[in-house]
Design a protein around this ligand. Structure first.
Ligand SMILES: [Zn+2]
Length: 404
């Protein structure tokens, strides 16, 4: 993989050269036809975007939404439309040959409970619905680009593989399975998730823990000490929040949940709290983890108790050496600039792209429109910029897969 990375870097050109190439693409008659098609279909794109959003798809329960999308894909003269063993919906738009295999994904799943009835509303240039942005905007963007490419009869050299993934919001089972089964064949992997003006080229590491202090417990009126296990918990939380959490490399620490006894009149024999630890550097995560462990051990000893730590999940920071200056990142920057963006390019992604990077595949995450309030019932997206976002995705597809 390292050899591959170095070889690829040797051929990488300055961004300015890619900007010239992308500008030449934009000037082609067939690209204009594709963009005109997107402009002529604002209404139907909005209707379809809403229709897909209104099929709720909690992680692990994506099938009804996937079936609806499959029905659309069947009309687009694609190849090899199928589901893989994880339940990802996959379709291939074959190239003329000699080009790379480029994957574009968007995730099907939402964070909302199965019983939620979703009904979108449009007002003041925005569309409101849970899941409208994350990640349905990008699902719809992919569908719209496929239709536009077909309408303009654009034949790419490389294959474009469209992957609608399951379980992005929970376990990354969808992307992990897909990457595992296909990694030797994929040149570049573009995860469309969030985003509009900028993109990410590396993934932040995320570790979740539940730390318990275990003590003797007892009735409120039992002899004190021993105290309730809430005392070392409180002391530990206070100290953990005094740890220096670096902003460069980008890192975060949050204690969001805690619990103790189930009743008022008992000392907690088990008091616990969660830690959400994130950094673009695995060294920073390891260091903070060690400092937290020291605090826990000291506070447990001080209160005469023990510590038990459950690791809820871990996902390492995902980066490839030199990736910031890779072909994919520079070409993606060129596409964004030609579209009129001054893109923030960051290394703190937290989406399917990380799984591809961890497998050694050059990958970015980008998105097709400005939205707000993701993972909340008030989620909304601006409508007008979305059409520009779709054109950007189409340009990225054509630039990366190549045309004759
Ligand atoms: Zn998402």
């Amino acid at each position: 993989m390292l050899i591959n990375t170095i070889a690829t870097r040797a051929q990488v050109k300055p961004v300015a050269e890619y900007i010239d190439q992308v500008q030449a693409l934009v000037n082609r008659a067939d690209l204009k036809t594709a963009n005109d098609y997107i402009d002529r279909n604002h209404e139907s794109v909005l209707r379809e975007w809403i229709a897909i959003t209104e099929i709720n798809a909690p992680s692990g329960q994506e099938q009804p939404r996937a079936k609806y999308i499959e029905g659309l894909l069947r009309k687009y003269h694609l190849d090899n439309i199928h589901y893989d063993s994880a339940g990802n919906l996959i379709a291939v738009r074959k190239g003329t040959g000699g080009g790379p295999v480029i994957v574009f994904d968007a995730h099907l799943d939402t964070v909302f409970q199965p019983s939620l009835q979703i009904k979108a509303t449009v007002r003041d240039g925005k569309v409101y619905a849970p899941g409208i942005g994350d990640d349905t905007r990008n699902v719809e963007a992919l569908l719209a680009t496929i239709r536009a490419l077909n309408e303009a009869k654009i034949k790419t050299k490389g294959d474009l593989v469209f992957v609608f993934t399951v379980e992005e919001e929970t376990t990354f089972k969808g992307v992990k399975t897909y990457v595992d089964q296909n990694k030797g064949k994929i040149e570049q992997y573009i995860a469309l998730d969030g985003g509009y003006e900028g993109f990410t080229y590396a993934g932040i590491g995320i570790n979740w823990y539940r730390h318990h202090f275990i003590g003797p417990g007892g009735h409120t009126r039992s002899r004190t000490p021993p105290y309730s296990a809430t005392l070392p918990l409180a002391r530990a939380i206070e100290r953990i929040y005094q740890l220096a959490v670096p902003t460069n490399p980008s890192s975060n620490l949050n204690i969001g949940m805690l619990g103790g006894s189930d009743v008022v009149n008992a000392k907690a024999s088990d008091a616990w709290f969660s830690v959400d630890l994130r950094s673009t550097s695995n060294e920073v995560i390891a260091d903070l983890e060690k400092q937290i462990k020291t605090i826990l051990d000291e506070e447990a000893a001080r209160a005469g108790m023990t510590v038990k730590t459950d690791v809820i999940s871990t996902s390492p920071a995902a980066s490839i050496p030199g990736h910031r200056d890779s072909y994919l990142v520079r070409m993606a920057e060129a596409v964004h600039r030609v579209m009129g963006f001054d893109p923030p390019i960051t290394n703190a992604g937290s989406n399917n792209s990380s799984a591809a990077l961890l497998a050694g595949i050059s990958s970015i995450s980008a998105g097709s429109g400005p939205c707000d309030g993701s993972h909340s019932l008030a989620e909304n997206c601006e409508i007008e910029p979305f059409y520009k976002g779709i054109k950007k995705v189409l340009l990225l597809e054509v630039a990366l897969a190549g045309v004759e």
